[in-house]
Design a protein around this ligand. Structure first.
Ligand code: SF4
Ligand code: SF4
Length: 373
């Protein structure tokens, strides 16, 4: 599916210690840019579109912005299907915003790193209470929220406690490893290594499999499904070039939100209504295409190439200071989790075919249930 990330601002009222996604005093998107986005997309591609509002903090754009932007994006594109997501810390959520987002079926994700003290340490004092207040407003108004849990060099040592927290609360989550950024080094002390990332995934998969009826961890659903169908079902496991684009508050187009506000990665501007062919001529497009060619060569002997596709080009460019030299350093983590999934699938199949004790067929959900989910 075609995915367009809209970044209404990079400003954010929070100041999380390891965040590289916010920037002070940047502009805020005017509704005129959304109009330009619609005019551009009418011609650009014809398939269904998913829009994600990202930031900074996208709710800084305010109720009036979303009140106009959501119908414009849904109705302006005619018969085409348009879905929405939004990633926010929820601090600015109000009843009327929650109702509006609910009415447009916006899938909201919010960052929460586990129990309060971990959030206070990693995200700053007051973060937890403000986010929880927003979550209560969302719940009261029937707006669904999933949480994104970032694991850092600190919280990787408190995995059991963090998992139990989400399990007890009944919150679904997505995982996010703290990784270094191309835009600065404030996240570096919090970053986890690819090996630590791989170990974390294996530990959490084990826990997830014990509680499949009680919690959902989207990342494992994607890893297992991608393994099963031999094709990535999420951007980091697929060729994202061209299928994901990001638009900032000035209408500049980038390959992904992770490159926003980096002039070297601007591919065009929605005001000029660039065609795919024009974007393909940009330096940023060519850099990522060069990365895909490198993956075809460097990963060709890897048994997971079809469902990994070299991971995330941003991670690779970050590691080599903007140059295309090596594949995503998280390769180690991807190999570790795919090896684990592969072993578990084989074991599960064997025990289903030949249970040593017929009583072993408990009907309990396992890794195969995630593959066909
Ligand atoms: S650059 Fe990375 S995060 Fe961005 S769309 Fe591509 S794979 Fe996803
Ligand atoms: S697991 Fe590593 S070697 Fe295999 S496709 Fe992914 S990045 Fe390439």
């Amino acid at each position: 599916m075609f995915h367009v990330m809209l970044v209404p601002t990079l400003n954010c009222p929070s100041n999380c210690s390891y965040c590289w996604g916010s920037k002070e005093d940047t502009g805020i998107m005017d509704i005129g840019i959304i109009e330009e986005v619609v005019n551009w997309l009418i011609e650009y591609r014809e398939d269904p579109i998913h829009f994600t509002f990202h930031g900074g903090e996208p709710l800084l754009a305010g109720y009036d912005f979303y009140k106009k932007a959501l119908p414009m994006l849904r109705e302006g594109l005619g018969e085409r299907e348009a879905g929405f997501s939004l990633q926010s810390n929820l601090w600015l959520l109000t009843d009327e915003l929650a109702q509006l987002l609910r009415d447009y079926g916006v899938a909201v994700s919010s960052s929460l790193d586990g129990p309060k003290d971990i959030n206070e340490l990693q995200r700053g004092e007051g973060y937890f209470d403000k986010t929880m207040k927003g979550y209560e407003i969302a719940q009261k108004n029937g707006l669904l929220v999933n949480f994104i849990c970032t694991f850092t060099s600190y919280s990787k040592n408190r995995v059991d406690e963090i998992f139990d927290y989400f399990l007890e609360k009944g919150y679904n989550l997505k995982l996010h490893p703290a990784l270094p950024s191309l835009r600065g080094n404030n996240s570096d002390p919090w970053a986890i290594s690819p090996e630590e990332h791989g170990k974390l995934l294996i530990i959490l998969l084990e826990k997830y499999l014990e509680h499949l009826d009680e919690i959902e961890i989207k990342d494992f659903d994607h890893f297992c499904k991608s393994y099963f169908i031999r094709k990535g079902t999420v951007c980091i496991l697929a060729d994202c070039l061209g299928d994901t684009l990001a638009v900032d508050f000035e209408g500049n187009i980038y390959p992904c939100y992770r490159f926003v506000e980096m002039p070297a990665y601007v591919m065009g501007n929605v005001r000029q209504k660039p065609t795919p062919e024009i974007l393909q001529e940009s330096k940023a497009w060519k850099t990522i295409k060069e990365y895909m060619d490198l993956v075809d060569e460097d990963c060709k002997k890897c048994r997971y190439i079809k469902m990994c596709r070299g991971g995330c080009p941003y991670n690779a460019l970050q590691a080599d200071k903007g140059e295309v030299k090596n594949v995503d350093p998280q390769c180690t983590a991807y190999q570790m989790i795919f090896d684990d999934i592969s072993k578990r699938a084989t074991k599960e199949m064997m025990s289903n075919m030949m249970p040593s004790d017929p009583g072993q067929r408990t009907g309990k959900k396992g890794i195969m249930s995630l593959m066909i989910k």
